[in-house]
Each structure stands twice: as C-alpha cells, then as structure tokens.
Design a protein around this ligand. Structure first.
Ligand SMILES: *Cc1c(COP(=O)(O)O)cnc(C)c1O
Length: 386
C-alpha cells in the first residue's frame, strides 16, 4: 500500500481540554482562593469516591505523591524497597529521596508489570515497602503484593500513574493498596497541568500525607484563616511544599467527570489497533480476563534483535510520535553509580521487553485515520505488505 506522509506530527499522547474546563478555571481565577482551598477539597472528595477509597490527598505532581507516600510509610536510610525497573525514574527516585535503597525485581512476560514471584525473592528484613506499577494501565497483581506484606512491616505503594480508572477483579485501582499514587500530567488519562493524588483507606496515613504535602505542618492555611482562626501551628517533621492549587483542582474536577468518556475512547482505539495490527509480526499488549485496562500506553513488542530502533526511526520520519517506555531504571548512570553490582543480565524479561518495546500513539482525540496511518507505517517499517 502506498503511504501518504502526514504533514503534522502525531504525538504519542496528549490532553483533551474543552470549553467546560476553561469556564471552571476562569471561575476560580475570579474567586478568593487560588491555591489549596475549597476546590482541592471538592476534587479530593470526588476522586476518593471515584476510586472507592476512604481518603484522597491531592499534590502538585505524581512524583510528589510517590515521595510523600514513601515518607508516610516511614522509609529511611538503611531501609530497602522492592520495585520494578520497567518504569519512569520517578518510582524508584521516591525511595531514594528518603535515603532508602530501591531493589529491582524482574517483570512478567505478558503484562510487563513487576512479577510477584521475583519480588518475593528480594524480600529481607530491610525491605519496608513494595512499589509495583500498573504498566501502560494494566493493573498489577496487587493482592499478591498485599499478601506478601501481610503480617510484616511492609507497606505496599501502588504507582498507578498509568492506571486511573483501571479495575482488577471488579475493584478500582486506588481502593486496595495501603497507598496508591496517581499522576495528572497531560499525557496521562486526565490532567491538571501538573498534579497528583494519593489514595488510602487508612486515616492515620491520610493525616500524615496531608502534613507532608504542606512542609510537615499540621494545619492548613484555610483552618488558620478568618475570624475563628488562630496563628498557631506546629511543624512536626521536615517536608516540602507539594500543594495543588484550586485552579488545577477545578480543571481536575471537569477532567474527572469526563474520565469515563476518555477511557471508553482509549479502549476503542486499543480495539482498533488490535484488529488492524493483528497480522503484523509484533506482539500486541495482553489484557488478562480479570482486569479493566486503562490504556495509558499501547506498547507493542518487536521481537527481532535491533529491529525496534529501525522501526522507531522510520516511524518518527513518517511524523508519528512513537516512543519507548521504558529504558530500564538500572541503565541510568545514577543507579549504576549507586549500585555498581547491578547487572542487566539479572533482569532477562525486562531486557527482552525493553529491546523490542515501541509505544504507539494513544490518546482520546485520535481518529480512525490516525490509527490506520500508524498501523500502515508500522507495517511498512517492518517491511511487510499489508
Ligand atoms: C508520569 C509518571 C510518574 C510521575 O508523575 P508526574 O506527575 O509526572 O510527576 C510516576 N510514575 C510513572 C510510572 C509515571 O508514568
């Protein structure tokens, strides 16, 4: 088939913002509260309800969510946390911010999520947390990790930056782990520009998280404001300013309302990819029967040594924003320096998946022609006739 080259660049992900969002943000700009105020509370309440968690704590990035979760879990120097190397660097960075050591375990060959069996082998008395990631939006085996932590002094922090709205065994991601973290970066399923959330069913953890997002101060500005307010507050531990603004929360509330629509569109794009790319010599992403996928990414696997980079270049040349998720974290200079004993050969599945992985464009604003063009470009890059 002859291909006509696109004139505009098709990114791998992008936000969908409409007039409704603009109206909501505008109203906050003209109100009394710009930063953490009534809209943040409203956003947290709506988000907790959506995922089925008791508490939700809004912060200004997914990275901040991970950091305060690790801090609330009590991670400190001398501790270890088991996590996946097949993720964005923010996951293991959160462990390192606390002075603790990330310990990587290999991933599953079908979902590319942290393997519970591999994680179990890394447990020892220093391990105080496990951080699985719901890669691409496919939920991890959270109950296996919860079992592993049971009766031990281990906190499970699920990095669900890819998985807002995903479900496992009929339960929403965000309602099961000790703490679950989300990101509202524009490439994710819903956005606040920058932003994040931690959900938990544990009130004590929720109180800690609220303190940690606000310098370690035990009262927020609103409770000290107005007639009945007091000047008193106490800083109980050292932390940073991770507050989300009311401007962002107003945007988030509209995006949360539209999330079901976004998720439906993503699922239909995945379905279209599946039907169009079915015959190509690539491995399409697997979805287990007991999950509802949230389709942050559409990762295909080109299982032929060296071929992925070739396909990547030729698809970029065709104006398609393919990407690679992820360079395994232990490949980064920082981690090599921190732990010279790390060997790529200890992570055979991660290495194999990394060498072949290619993320195709996936966002709700894609039209049928975008998907068709992407699959045609993939087919011709693979030098197969379609
Ligand atoms: C996006 C992302 C984060 C970080 O979120 P930010 O909001 O960009 O700070 C963390 N973990 C994973 C797996 C992500 O994809």
């Amino acid at each position: 088939m002859h291909m006509i080259k696109r004139k505009t660049f098709l990114p791998y992900g992008r936000q969908d913002i409409g007039e409704q969002e603009a109206v909501a943000v505008d109203a906050v700009l003209k109100s009394d509260w710009l930063t953490t105020g009534p809209k943040v509370v409203e956003f947290e309440t709506a988000f907790a309800k959506f995922v089925g968690a008791k508490e939700a704590i809004a912060v200004n990035s997914g990275t901040a969510a991970l950091q305060i979760a690790c801090q609330a879990a009590g991670l400190k120097k001398g501790d270890m946390a088991v996590t996946t190397p097949f993720t964005f660097v923010a996951t293991s960075n959160a462990v390192a911010y606390c002075g603790a050591k990330p310990v990587f375990a290999d991933i599953e060959p079908d979902t590319y999520n942290l393997s519970a069996d591999c994680a179990r082998k890394k447990l020892n008395s220093h391990v105080k947390a496990i951080l699985p990631v719901d890669y691409a939006g496919h939920p991890c085996d959270i109950l296996d990790f919860m079992d592993m932590a049971e009766k031990k002094d281990i906190t499970v922090i699920e990095d669900a930056a890819h998985a807002v709205g995903a479900q496992i065994d009929g339960k929403k991601v965000g309602s099961i782990a000790h703490m679950t973290t989300f990101s509202f970066h524009p490439v994710k399923q819903m956005t606040t520009g920058e932003g994040g959330m931690v959900t938990t069913n544990d009130e004590e953890l929720a109180n800690k998280l609220r303190t940690l997002r606000n310098h370690g101060i035990n009262k927020d500005a609103r409770s000290r404001h107005g007639k009945a307010g007091t000047y008193e507050y106490d800083m109980t531990e050292l932390s940073f300013n991770y507050r989300l603004t009311d401007i962002q929360a107003a945007l988030g509330l509209v995006q949360l309302d539209r999330l079901p629509e976004f998720l439906r569109k993503r699922a239909s794009i995945a379905k279209l990819y599946e039907s169009l790319a079915d015959e190509l010599p690539v491995k399409l992403p697997a979805t287990r029967k007991n999950v509802r996928h949230a389709w942050h990414l559409y990762p295909v696997l080109i299982d032929k040594p060296g071929k992925r980079d070739e396909v990547f270049s030729s698809m970029r040349a065709a104006n398609i924003g393919v990407n690679v998720h992820y360079i395994p974290v232990y490949h980064h200079t920082y981690h090599k320096k921190q732990n010279p004993k790390l060997r790529a050969s200890d992570f055979p599945v991660t290495e194999r998946v990394f060498s072949g992985e290619l993320s195709l464009p996936m966002f709700p604003g894609m039209v049928r022609e975008d998907v068709e063009y992407t699959v045609q470009a993939l087919a011709s890059s693979l030098k197969v006739r379609q």
